[in-house]
Ligand binder design. Sequence first.
Ligand SMILES: Nc1ncnc2c1ncn2[C@@H]1O[C@H](COP(=O)(O)OP(=O)(O)OP(=O)(O)O)[C@@H](O)[C@H]1O
Ligand SMILES: [Mg+2]
Length: 643
Amino acid sequence: MRQATPPDPALADPALAGPPAPGQPRTSPYQGLQPFAEPDAPFFFGRDAERTILAANLMAARLTLVYGASGVGKSSVLRAGVIHQLREQERQADQAAGAPRLLAVYLNQWSGDPVARLLGRVGEEIARALGLASPPGAAAPGGLAETLAAWTARWHLDLLVVLDQFEEYFLYHRDEDGPGSFAAEFPPAVDRAGLPVNFLIAIREDALARLDRFKGRIPNLFENYVRIRHLTASRAEAAILKPLARLNQLAPVEEPWTAEPELVRRVLEGVQVGRVVLAVVGRGQATAAAGQPPDPPIETPYLQMVLARLWARENEQGSRRLRLGTLEALGGPQQIVRTHLDEALDGLPAGQQEVAAALFHYLVTPSGSKIGHSAADLANYTRFSEDRVRAVLAALSAPGARIVRPVPAPPGLGQEPRFEIFHDVLAPAILGWRAQWAARRQAETAANRQLEQRARRWRRRQGLAAVLVALVVAVGAGLATRAVLAARTGQAATAAQAAALRQDAGTASATAARSNADAYIAQADTICTKGWARGRVQFPDRPPREDAQAHARWLKGKVGIGQATLRQWRDLPVPAPIDPKVAPVLDQYEEGLRVYGLAATLLANGYTELGGDALRRGDGIGQDYRRRAREAGFRECDTALPL
Ligand SMILES: Nc1ncnc2c1ncn2[C@@H]1O[C@H](COP(=O)(O)OP(=O)(O)OP(=O)(O)O)[C@@H](O)[C@H]1O
Ligand SMILES: [Mg+2]
């Protein structure tokens, strides 16, 4: 059965979004997390040997099987290497010689009807190459082998067909078979004697075993295979330096782009496969990469991620040199990866973040090692439904995220792939994100619990049963406060209001998670709400100002709670972009507390008039504080001052 396609976590940083849209001029020499496609060929390096081997196999054999780990660079070498080379050759071929034309066709989409899709792609390629007004129509529904035979004979063609991301065929068509299906139509096309069409299947190695579906139908299915391995450091060095040289050549500028040799070394060190940088949260770091191979393998998605971010930063600064100092200012490869991870995870809907946090508990040990589990086992451990777990795993392993990846099951343990975190360098970042997520959750739960208790007391005291309903459902602390406020002003919450609040609460937590600034505001608002609620519980009724002693006691108690709130609030790290707005709010809050505290002391000691003056000054500061807090984006802290 077809799986729902999960959303790809959006990458907030355009530097990682990859090459330009078709038709747009290319400005960055690096690819980001996207695979290289045909137009990116001038910037593609390090895979000459694989390109030659793959092209030779595709030309010589009816079926070639290409497999490799997820993200190793299969699609890139096929598109920017093999397909690009074949199309160049075809363009330069001497058409007058009367030889059959050699057309390369690439397909990597497997949803819908794969037979129709494949014929559609072949038809488009024929129309493009021969200048036809529209693609030719298929001979009959299905009829893959017949149609290919008819088209190749009619236009005197040889076809080379690359079927990439073949694991997705199995994802979209779990059990398909029978007349017209790809499972039934593809083998006769491969087996048909004399058909001038060769195929290449590229598949992630974790899905290799699924090809068994074709085993009995395609003889010698596994006879001709090529494994794509990780790019090694020496070849990855070319993937760093040669795109810069190409950019200099294609868009010459006065000062050409260069890279510091020590920068290149540091980047390559940081993105090696299996270079475990163990960092237990709060317990420092230890590197465990004993016995370095002389030319270690490289994780190219992370190489691209680091290079894209570094290049964008140098460009912003008007530099034309990739420098170690800039990499270090960005926090090194690990910090770049951490930023990517935070952005990708914060971009997930709140419900998926919850699942992701639970999954990470099983995918990364507290000491920062990775473990692989099947989706079914993860669903079992986390007690989320398998559908939800699969959707989150798919989002986390999408090309724009590359946070987890499927790997083959150990021998003898079935066909279900295991999922593991994509790169060891992610482990500390994941532990950090998870700790932060848990703290946010805990703060919300504590605020809720306190508000529930408070509501119970209110209910006992004032008989406002409906308030409890509103408080229980107002999951977001801010909404809970709104509910309290509503009740205080006499608007008893109705069941309809409760339902609306519940819906709001979901939206509020999703929005809050969207960015660091939002997350900070949400956390601060939670702290303020808790303080406000404590104040209301412990000091519910304000004595009149004329009763100076009672008023002083009340005020002192409220200021004490305000100071505790301030301490917690100041402990929250403020995200740099909003610091200029938030800092004066905190200072103003502190000043308000100081003046109210002074007023309490004056009143308690019988200086009624001076105390009154101080109270008025405090109120003035309070008004100013409220305005600033609202402007800074707080939705609850603006009511946090005691009066
Ligand atoms: N030769 C190369 N030099 C530098 N970066 C590369 C190279 N090949 C691939 N990459 C980068 O590696 C990442 C993964 O590439 P690609 O999508 O081609 O891998 P894949 O094996 O097809 O992945 P998947 O298993 O998800 O299909 C991309 O960010 C791509 O830009
Ligand atoms: Mg691919």
